[in-house]
Design a protein around this ligand. Structure first.
Ligand SMILES: Cc1cc2nc3c(=O)[nH]c(=O)nc-3n(C[C@H](O)[C@H](O)[C@H](O)COP(=O)(O)OP(=O)(O)OC[C@H]3O[C@@H](n4cnc5c(N)ncnc54)[C@H](O)[C@@H]3O)c2cc1C
Length: 520
């Protein structure tokens, strides 16, 4: 047994690093154990073809709090681009351009309706941002602290005013399809907004909860402030590298290449971990950045949990629905209607809600979309160092790719890659001839490589029944678990995924409020 630490954090994903840093800054001795050879988990950069590097999962920041970004600048984080515009690509002509709160390319009526909806969503997102930033309270509101938190939240909804409060309660449970149909005419505009209402999720625009996903994104962007949608220089791994440098500066010890095999429990309390190498490490508490299924079912083991809890974790929905496609190009593609100078923007292929639903439907039957919905970035535009001189990288999030595909993975990679390239050809004629290498990462590949259950963007579906005081499941919400001394700090806990560090920050705050681990 080594000298005990106050806390052992399982996983150096960005949330594990945020959590560890805050604890170390409060004087705790913290060890982070990472299975992979690099830190960052799904916020990482890697080479996918000789000389071509890319953000392997997350490729754009939408929700990194501005204050944290400023702190990370002191640890080497730079941005290649901030406040990126979104181009909603149009198969038949000019794209729509979203920038600085306006949309260009729609008629006056839609432009006005967009401004109105945006103002309203921003107002509602402020309420949601409050929810995202708080530690979930128990529905029983047993402590004064919980009652105050619930009261403050209720007040912030009430302060919207009667009309807006009613509207908030009306739309929050609606589906995006109906909301967008109520407001807009332009199919392209509705398609682009429906993308934001389904990003990272396994639901379509007509599914309940899609307005929540839209609000989640708007709330995240509000927290990002002037950064807006941003591209870190060096890819997403640069964010994790800066977080790791900040953690080490605060006194955190980080060990990579150290997979944890088991959480050690003595007298119903987590007291350390057993590494796959056989090394045992003791700690006064264990914090898991691994996803909830892995934490409870693999690392802890069902033997320490009651059957009802095991059933709930077993049913926690965590089948990823986003694949990643990386293309190495010999030159610069020309997207129809996108000036070369704007190629570094966020490019969407979601030309209508029907198109989006058409891509979503096959996923229900474990099939690949014929015409996929895409979020494309060309990271080499603002950060040429990611590829050899004069060459280009395309990084593409492909929505609605089911985890449990009917067909075998090798064939699925081939089929999906070809379909993505075929769609790209419609928007950037001639692009196929530029492709020198292609990588397709299915949700199953992401699970294998990054360890997150189902390769899921949020470590588990972000939906009303898996949100706030029921995230991941009742009995493990609010970063505590049924086992004393074991906490969660990753995307599977409140408020969910995206590179923002909020679950890690909230978890650290909760642990610090619980008092010194020495006292127990
Ligand atoms: C395809 C895809 C695209 C995405 N695009 C975006 C995007 O553009 N923008 C955005 O903001 N978000 C995006 N996301 C979401 C974002 O990447 C994640 O929500 C976020 O990175 C999760 O961070 P985390 O720290 O909670 O968990 P993770 O990043 O999953 O980190 C968990 C860490 O724990 C480690 N670990 C697990 N088990 C063990 C063990 N037994 N022992 C030791 N270590 C262990 C893992 O190796 C990993 O490093 C995307 C996700 C996917 C899948």
């Amino acid at each position: 047994m080594t000298q005990p630490f106050d806390h052992v954090v399982i996983g150096a994903g960005h949330n594990g690093l945020v959590c560890a840093t805050l604890l170390a800054k409060a004087g705790r001795r913290v060890l982070v154990l990472e299975a992979r050879d690099t830190v960052g988990g799904m916020a990482t950069t890697r080479e996918f073809a000789p000389g071509f590097r890319v953000s392997a999962c997350a490729h754009l920041l939408y929700a990194l709090p501005e204050g944290l970004a400023r702190e990370l600048a002191a640890h080497g984080l730079e941005f290649a681009a901030t406040d990126l515009a979104t181009y909603a690509l149009n198969p038949d002509g000019a794209p729509l351009v979203f920038q600085q709160g306006t949309v260009v390319g729609v008629d006056e009526r839609d432009a006005r309706a967009y401004a109105q909806l945006r103002t309203q969503m921003a107002r509602f997102a402020r309420v949601l941002a409050r929810v995202l930033g708080m530690e979930p309270f128990r529905v029983t509101l047993k402590s004064w602290r919980e009652r105050i938190a619930a009261g403050t939240l209720a007040l912030s909804i009430r302060l919207l005013g009667k009309r807006q409060m009613r509207e908030f309660l009306r739309i929050v449970g609606m589906n995006a399809y109906d909301l967008l149909t109520e407001n807009f005419e332009s199919a392209l505009l509705k398609g682009a907004l429906a993308f934001d209402a389904t990003q990272g999720a396994e639901h379509g625009a007509r599914s309940p909860g899609s307005v929540l996903t839209l609000l989640y994104r708007v709330a995240g962007l509000a927290g990002a402030g002037r950064l807006g949608t941003a591209q870190p220089r060096g890819g997403m791994g640069a964010v994790s590298a800066a977080l790791a440098a900040r953690a080490r500066k605060a006194g955190v010890e980080i060990r990579t290449g150290s997979p944890v095999a088991r959480i050690t429990v003595v007298d119903d309390r987590a007291v350390g971990v057993l590494l796959a190498s056989g090394e045992e490490i003791s700690a006064r508490s264990v914090i898991s950045n691994a996803d909830p299924k892995a934490t409870f079912l693999k690392l802890l083991g069902p033997g320490y949990l009651d059957t009802d809890f095991v059933r709930r974790i077993d049913h926690f929905r965590a089948k990823g629905a986003v694949a990643k496609v990386h293309l190495a190009l010999e030159g610069l593609p020309a997207f129809r209607g996108v000036p070369a100078a704007a190629l570094g923007a966020r490019l969407l292929v979601s030309p209508s809600m029907d198109y989006l639903e058409g891509a979503f439907n096959p996923s229900k039957y474990r099939e690949l979309p014929e015409h996929p919905v895409l979020e494309i970035t060309v990271p080499t535009q603002a950060d040429p160092g990611l590829a050899p001189a004069g060459k280009t990288v395309l990084s593409i999030n492909v929505m609605f790719v089911p985890y449990d595909l009917k067909i075998e993975a090798r064939a699925a990679r081939e089929q999906l890659g070809a379909r993505v390239e075929a769609v790209l050809e419609d928007y950037a004629p001639g692009i196929g001839a530029l492709v020198s290498a292609r990588e397709v990462l299915l949700p199953g590949d992401l699970e294998r490589e990054f360890g997150a259950a189902g390769g899921h963007w949020h470590h588990g579906a972000l939906a009303f029944d898996q949100f706030f005081f029921t995230r991941p499941v009742p009995g493990a919400a609010g970063y505590t678990t049924p086992v004393a001394g074991l906490h969660l700090c990753g995307a599977g806990s409140h408020p969910g995924g995206g590179v923002m560090g909020t679950p890690g920050r909230n978890a650290a705050r909760k642990i610090l409020k619980e008092g010194s681990p020495h006292a127990r």
